[in-house]
Structure formats: structure tokens, C-alpha cells
Design a protein around this ligand. Structure first.
Ligand SMILES: *Cc1c(COP(=O)(O)O)cnc(C)c1O
Length: 425
């Protein structure tokens, strides 16, 4: 199946007389005929559902669709993108381990890694995504267990050289985890460039309608845990909490990572997506392949309009020929990158605030990547505790406006920008 067909059909095939839409299995528990049947599930001897804190059929249909879109071997939904990134790392890292991550990642993930996971004893080295292969190499330690980056960084819009990061990770015998939220599998499939595990905040383009918070982890099934068995004892040695199951042995390279994350992390942390949310996410996925090209087409026109406007100081969009990441974007995402554009209004912080207040179509919201155009001025919202100097050091200048282009008619979006900029003159 091509990706457009997968968006509609993958993950769920109704049998004779069954519902055409994915059924919402709104049930905490599942019934069995005998205690013996049930016991087999608890021993991971049989596959089946017993409690929705770990697994639910609705979630699995939708995870199956995302898995097919990414070209993976297994996938699971989580309650949020934050939970997906936490699980993806914690599934192979423990206290005393180390991870190499790109420095430009989403602020929420940066905080999760540098503050909360640090408290768990996991250490992160943040590297400039544009560093040389030698500099990247130098960031590894004997206890490094994974490498992490975003296809397109939110909100810096830096395009990651996935092959460079994959080569470095594999040279050191560890997997590359890629957060593919902004590109989606419609625009980029990181497994084709060497990534081993992909994560998503499905809250963004996948849901696409501002309706549900969610996340997903997809495994490529290609990373050979046994080739580096000493680094990944959680996958290559028996799990006492499941009667001595060795995940990579029993479930193969295709199934080990997701089975372990479900059996251990979902069991113990319970960050499961509600089946109702998974159903809504699926509605978004059914039109993902139609929406993404429109987001990119609209964003390209918006970026070109802004670049030519006298009131605009600078524009950052990887689809612009003038952009530092244009060539990398062409390599990894020849059909388009994402719908998010950032720019600076001449006149700095006060001009940006005035401009924002005049917008009518674009709504002020702490969100990106959905059908409705929305806009945020980090200096007066998410980063408002910082002064201008601190903002510049964080790579978020006082004039920076983050503009998430929706799928309205682009002429209305551009007319809105034009009148708001006119009012600032
Ligand atoms: C939003 C986002 C997250 C966090 O996802 P939530 O669903 O909000 O928890 C992680 N990574 C990226 C790239 C994001 O944009």
C-alpha cells in the first residue's frame, strides 16, 4: 500500500459483518474463561488483552496504522508526546547511563532530559546538530545507550542530518531515536535514513484538529540488541518481573522493544492513551496525507510573502532557498517540511506584540501544527520570565514570532498578515 492508502486502511481490517470504523473498546478489563487462560497472559505466554492500563484494542489498531506509515515492525500509543520520549529512552537506559541528544530539541523534551531524567541518574550530553562527525563522536562515553534528535526541531526549525547521527550512533553500538513530530511520515520516514526508533507527539499534525493530546513510539525492528548485549541487559537478559522472559529472544528484534515498553513501562507508569482519544487520533490520521501537503504549500507562500515584506527583519523556513537548511530539507523532505514558520518583525518586542494583537485569522495559542493558523510570541508567553539578553542566548530573540500555518485559504492568511503588518508601521 502507498502512504495515502495506509492513512485510510492500515491497522484495522474489519471481518465479515464487523464495523467499518475502528471500534472504541471502552472497557477497562477483558473476560477469560479460565484462570489458566488469564495466567498465560500474565506470563507473556499468550497474547491478548487483560487491562487497559497496559493495552487496548482501539489503541493497537491506531498504533498499527502509524507503524505502517513509518515502515516499522511494532508500535504503541502513549498518553502524550512527553510520555513517548520518556518511554523510548527509559526502555533502554537506567541510572548511571548516558544519552547524546541534539541541543535544539523541543523545550519540553529538553526539560524532561536535563532536569527530570537527570534526577533519575541518566546523564545527557547536548550537541550542536550542525557539529562535525568528529565532534559528534567525541560526545560518546562508554555508558552511552542512545542518541536522540528531532527531524525538524520545534521551534528552531533546524533540519537534522539523520544519516550523520545514525552513523555515529551505530559506530558506538547504540540506537538512534528520532522524534518525527513535525515532519510526520508523510514528509519523512527516518527509518529509511538509518534511525532505529521513531517517536511522535500525535497532538500535532497527526491529530491535526486540536482535539487530543497523545504520543506514539515505533520500532524499526532492525537494531540488533544481541550484537551489543552488554549495553542492553533489559532486552537481552531475563526479566524477573515476567518469570524470566528475555525480550529479544522471545519476541525477536521486531517485537522486543515495544513488548518490553508495554509489559514493564506501561504496566508500572500507566501513561496509556484513552481509547476514545485513539479513535479521534485515527480520524486525524485518515486525512494526514491530504493535510500535510496543504500545510507545506501554504507555509511556503507565507514564508515567501514575509521574506519580501519591508516590515520583516528575518524569516526562518527550511523551504526557502535562502535558508541554511534548504539543502538538508531537500534531501530528507523533498515534498515539503512542515507548516511552521518563524520570523522577526522590525521594531523588536513591542512591534511583535502590536502586530500579534492586530491578527484576526491567526489565533494566539500555545500550540502548533493543526488545521487552524495560530501564532505565539514566546518573549511574552512561554519565555516571558527572560530578559532580552537571556532570550537571545536561548535562541529565541525578543522579536521572534512563531507562526503555525493552517489549512485555510492561504490568501486569507496572507491578507491577515498584511493588514497586521500595515498597522504596525
Ligand atoms: C509537542 C511536542 C512534544 C511533546 O508532546 P505532547 O504531546 O505535548 O506531550 C514532543 N516533541 C515535539 C517535537 C513536540 O512538538
Amino acid at each position: 500500500m502507498e502512504k495515502e492508502t495506509k492513512c485510510i486502511h492500515a491497522g484495522y481490517t474489519p471481518k465479515n459483518g464487523e464495523s467499518r470504523m475502528i471500534p472504541i473498546v471502552q472497557s477497562t478489563t477483558f473476560k477469560y474463561d479460565s484462570s489458566e487462560d488469564m495466567g498465560k497472559l500474565f506470563d507473556l505466554e499468550a497474547s491478548g488483552y487483560f487491562y487497559t492500563r497496559l493495552q487496548n484494542p482501539t489503541n493497537d489498531y491506531v498504533a498499527g496504522k502509524i507503524c505502517a506509515l513509518e515502515g516499522g515492525s511494532a508500535a504503541m500509543l502513549t498518553s502524550s508526546g512527553q510520555a513517548a520520549n520518556f518511554y523510548a529512552i527509559f526502555n533502554i537506559c537506567s541510572c548511571g547511563d548516558h544519552v547524546v541528544a541534539a541541543s535544539t530539541i523541543y523545550g519540553g523534551t529538553f526539560n524532561l532530559f536535563s532536569v527530570t531524567m537527570k534526577r533519575m541518574g541518566i546523564e545527557f550530553t547536548f550537541v550542536d546538530p550542525d557539529c562535525s562527525a568528529e565532534e559528534l563522536d567525541a560526545a560518546f562515553k562508554p555508558n552511552t545507550k542512545a542518541v536522540f534528535g528531532e527531524t525538524i526541531a520545534n521551534p528552531a526549525l533546524i533540519v537534522l542530518d539523520i544519516e550523520k547521527f545514525a552513523n555515529a550512533a551505530h559506530k558506538h553500538g547504540v540506537p538512534l531515536i528520532i522524534d518525527n513530530t513535525f515532519a510526520t511520515p508523510i514528509n519523512c520516514r527516518p527509518f529509511e535514513w538509518g534511525a532505529d526508533i521513531v517517536t511522535h507527539s500525535t497532538t500535532k499534525y497527526m491529530d491535526g484538529h486540536d482535539a487530543t493530546v497523545g504520543g506514539c513510539i515505533v520500532d524499526s525492528g532492525k537494531f540488533d540488541w544481541f550484537a551489543h548485549a552488554d549495553k542492553f541487559p533489559g532486552l537481552t537478559t531475563p526479566d524477573d518481573s515476567y518469570h524470566g522472559v528475555t525480550y529479544a529472544e522471545k519476541f525477536g528484534l521486531e517485537g522486543a522493544f515495544i513488548t518490553k515498553a508495554t509489559a514493564q513501562l506501561m504496566r508500572d507508569f500507566g501513561s496509556i492513551q484513552a481509547p476514545m482519544n485513539a479513535y479521534l487520533l485515527n480520524l486525524g490520521l485518515e486525512s494526514l496525507h491530504v493535510r500535510m501537503p496543504r500545510h507545506c504549500e501554504n507555509a511556503q507562500k507565507v514564508a515567501e510573502f514575509l521574506e519580501a515584506h519591508e516590515c520583516i527583519e528575518w524569516v526562518n523556513y527550511p523551504g526557502l532557498k535562502s535558508n541554511k537548511y534548504y539543502d538538508l530539507a531537500q534531501k530528507y523532505m523533498p515534498n515539503g517540511t512542515c507548516g511552521v514558520v518563524s520570523f522577526g518583525v522590525k521594531g523588536g518586542r513591542s512591534a511583535a506584540e502590536k502586530f500579534m494583537s492586530k491578527l484576526q485569522v491567526a489565533m494566539i495559542a500555545t500550540h502548533v501544527a493543526d488545521a487552524r493558523t495560530c501564532v505565539l510570541h514566546p518573549a511574552s508567553a512561554t519565555h516571558r520570565q527572560m530578559n532580552d539578553e537571556e532570550l537571545r542566548a536561548a535562541g529565541v530573540g525578543p522579536d521572534l514570532v512563531r507562526f503555525s500555518v493552517g489549512i485555510e485559504n492561504v490568501n486569507d492568511i496572507i491578507a491577515d498578515l498584511a493588514q497586521a503588518l500595515e498597522a504596525c508601521k
